[in-house]
Design a protein around this ligand. Structure first.
Ligand code: G3P
Length: 217
């Protein structure tokens, strides 16, 4: 399972990259706003921090302008993945871009039918938002399960990129279902390392080691 970091905070990305847990990065207009930085500059910096796909989102709503924005964004670096919303214009843009070899991440997916459309449009990645699904009383992980079944039924190449992840359980369940990618905020990745018994075990080992009076080296 690939881990993408869902942030435009380059310091966080650089730090987490040292753990080997950064297989790519996803951004969106809200994350760019949160970074307080110019989209072109911060996306370029992110592309230099990872060899994996870096999702940069168009903001136009019509196909023609989406294509123009995509042309600007994909010139930033070879590992830029163009993010488009799951709309008719977004899927027209997806089909046009993937037809000439550009990676496309179709975002704001909230139904298995939408995911089916994105796969048929040749999407490289589909981003179902599990957290927002849960927030509105739907079953986010059931959505992932349905998409996995449908994609396997027809051997679609589109990778399931679980987004809007809120907690380690979303990651665990996504892995159990067989999603291809989980994109998560830095704090969720850091939370995956934590376990109270690991902390207690380290505490106990160090206490006993101290009692030996020894040093290593
Ligand atoms: O990649 C999509 C993600 O950033 C959305 O997360 O927490 O705003 O639903 P959230």
């Amino acid at each position: 399972m690939k881990f993408f970091v869902d942030t435009a905070d380059t310091a966080e990305i650089a730090d987490l990259a040292q753990t080997g847990m950064v297989d790519g990065v996803t951004t969106n207009p809200s994350l760019i706003k949160k970074s307080g930085r110019d989209i072109m500059e911060v996306t370029k910096e992110i592309c230099d921090l990872t060899d994996g796909p870096v999702s940069a989102e168009v903001v136009a709503l019509d196909h023609e302008t989406m294509m123009k924005e995509a042309e600007v964004l994909r010139k930033i670096a070879d590992n830029v993945c163009i993010k488009v919303p799951l709309t008719i214009d977004g899927l027209k843009t997806c089909k046009a871009l993937t037809s000439d070899g550009t990676m496309v991440n179709v975002t704001l997916c909230f139904s298995a039918n939408q995911a089916l459309l994105a796969a048929k449009a040749g999407a490289s990645f589909i981003s179902p938002f599990v957290g927002r699904h849960d927030d509105n009383g739907f079953d986010g992980m059931k959505l992932i399960d349905d998409i996995r079944l449908i994609y396997d039924n027809y051997a679609f190449d589109t990778e399931i990129l679980v987004a809007s992840i809120r907690n380690p359980i979303h990651v665990l369940e996504s892995a159990r279902i067989g999603a291809d990618v989980a994109t998560m905020p830095p704090n969720v990745i850091r939370g995956l390392f934590k376990h109270v018994l690991t902390d207690k075990g380290i505490e106990g080992f160090l206490k006993d080691w101290e009692a030996t009076g020894q040093n290593i080296g």
